[in-house]
Design a protein around this ligand. Structure first.
Ligand code: GLC
Length: 538
């Protein structure tokens, strides 16, 4: 990318992924181009200009590889081929070329923990105990008294062990029984899975989001997981045990270091992002002891932390203080697995949340549709597609509500597809689509655009230091500083008017009004749910 101004030059010195805004596309639900009700790669290409106008730098695509779609692509049956539902290799190459020509990077999903049971590797592994690939997956004899080898549970419900009648052994699966776990202790598996990375790196992708990384290894001695003393009725049955022996085992870090070394052997800083829902301390280990792990182990803590100034302030401090030296922070408000931010905090508060995400120190990842203020969709019982909900109904685990189609315009099916979409449109689609919002200066879409544009212009926001200023009952305030440039952010996380003292400067952006340039003379007044971004007087 060319550097035209001193600010651009500052950014150019830092790795691109540090000052980038990443946008997650869930391809099934982004844009359909061939009228089958499911999104595809040609659809993504057709919407690249929307992403350019939004101002994001990189697009992470949820899985597009050949898959029986039991877990909607997270069950891969061929790692180096595009599923026909999404297109083919020529579509993929066109997507990379079209994205790159617009200055957009492309990040792929990489699913190292498991494959589909219809992957040729598993078919061969399962064929016989003597199979050459038997040890590519995790096979075990029954427990001495019969039954599953131990008490480990599948994330998606039930035992993590499935009995294979033909060869009289159990195989392990951290997720669905049709998603058998690969055995990363087998060097051939490691090599084969690194080859998958090589394949896509050679295709010119700019990095990977690595799926479910803390599932990669399990305790070799098969120790039972201990009971969870905090479990109670209403919690998912999978949380009856603490996953001490089946998740987050020490060997994982060596495997991540191999992935990283491979990415580092390519030019242009291919980014490696890890998905692990873990407490902050354990998450930090995923940067790698010598910063030889993930560039960005996803930080999901804004998804689970109570939405109050104090809780968020404590979270940010804890996260910042535990980052390893040289480790770069990152923040996430939502994704294809978790309830939408506008449903969690409410539609009004979603604007303040947008300001938070885009003004904290660290790379933000935003999920498709959040920039439109989309809420969870309503899914009738006969419309449920997510296996998690189908296996454990009624616990609120279902992910279909956050995977409903993007809302583009007022044409039939919101411009998503010429056919009836695979999941229903959100009920409020006609008032929420992108085309309508693009023309409305006060829309949340335009707020996102302004925030991203400001973040791009201001190194204080993308690269500057973070300092907490205040956390009152209602207001969270902090400063971002780069050299002499000091910017302030004040977020009213309540539905009542609020004020804080001691702020003098000039407003750069409000989530509510367009009164940019207003002077702050000590007392800062905030409307309900309002966020203000301002520059301090020098
Ligand atoms: C990750 C994905 C999720 C998937 C699971 C199993 O958590 O984000 O969608 O179901 O891994 O691959």
């Amino acid at each position: 990318m060319t550097s035209e101004s001193p600010l651009d030059a500052t950014r150019a010195e830092e790795a691109w992924w540090k000052h980038a805004v990443i946008y997650q596309v869930y391809p099934r639900s982004f844009q359909d181009s061939n009228g089958d009700g499911v999104g595809d790669l040609a659809g993504v290409i057709a919407r690249l200009d929307y992403l350019v106008a939004l101002g994001v730098d990189a697009v992470w695509l949820s899985p597009i590889f050949c898959s029986p779609m039991d877990d909607f692509g997270y069950d891969v049956s061929d790692h180096t081929a595009i599923d026909p539902l999404f297109g083919d290799m020529s579509d993929f190459r066109r997507l990379v070329a079209e994205a790159h020509s617009r200055g957009l990077r492309v990040i792929l999903d990489y699913i190292p923990n498991h494959t589909s049971d219809r992957h040729s590797w598993f078919k061969e592994s399962r064929a016989a105990r003597a199979s050459r690939k038997r040890d590519w997956y995790v096979w075990r004899d029954p427990a001495p008294g019969g039954g599953a080898p131990n008490n480990w549970v599948s994330e998606f419900g039930g035992s993590a062990w499935t009995w294979d009648e033909a060869t009289s052994q159990y195989y392990y699966h951290g997720f669905l029984r049709s998603q058998p776990d690969l055995n990363w202790r087998n060097p051939e598996v490691v090599e084969a899975m690194l080859d998958v990375l090589r394949f896509w790196l050679d295709e010119g992708v700019d990095g990977f989001r690595v799926d479910a990384i803390h599932f990669l290894f399990e305790d070799e001695s098969l120790t039972d997981d201990p009971p969870n003393p905090h479990w109670h009725e209403g919690m998912p049955p999978t949380e009856r045990v603490l996953r001490d022996h089946s998740l987050d085992q020490p060997e994982v870090h060596d495997a991540v270091a191999l992935m990283r070394r491979l990415c580092d052997s390519y030019e242009d800083e291919r980014v490696l992002i890890g998905e692990a829902y873990l407490p902050i301390e354990r998450l930090m280990a995923y940067y790698g002891g010598a910063l030889d792990g993930f560039h960005l182990p996803f930080n999901f803590h804004l998804i689970t932390t109570p939405w109050t100034p104090t809780s968020i302030s404590i979270l940010v401090e804890a996260y910042e203080s535990k980052l390893p030296n040289g480790g770069w922070p990152n923040w996430v408000l939502g994704n294809h697995d978790r309830h939408r931010i506008a449903s969690r905090v409410g539609r009004d508060q979603a604007r303040a949340a947008a300001m938070l995400l885009l003004t904290l120190r660290g790379t933000p990842t935003l999920y498709q549709g959040d920039e439109l203020g989309m809420t969870n969709g309503d899914i009738a019982p006969d419309q449920v597609r997510d296996p998690w909900e189908l296996n454990m109904p009624g616990l609120g685990l279902g992910r279909d509500p956050v995977r409903t189609p993007m809302l583009w315009d007022e044409s039939p099916n919101a411009g998503f597809s010429a056919a009836s979409p695979w999941l229903p449109l959100n009920a409020d689609w006609s008032a929420r689509h992108a085309a309508g919002q693009a023309d409305d200066p006060a829309s949340i879409l335009n707020l996102y655009r302004r925030l991203i544009a400001l973040r791009r212009r201001e190194p204080a926001l993308s690269l500057g230091d973070y300092k907490a200023l205040a956390a009152t009952d209602q207001v969270l305030a902090y400063e971002r500083r780069f050299g002499a440039r000091r910017l302030g952010v004040a977020l009213n996380l309540s539905g009542e008017p609020a004020a804080i003292a001691g702020m003098t400067g000039r407003v750069l952006l409000s989530t509510h009004a367009t009164d940019v340039g207003a002077a702050l003379t000590g007392r800062l007044d905030l409307a309900p749910n309002e966020g203000l971004l301002f520059e301090f007087d020098r």
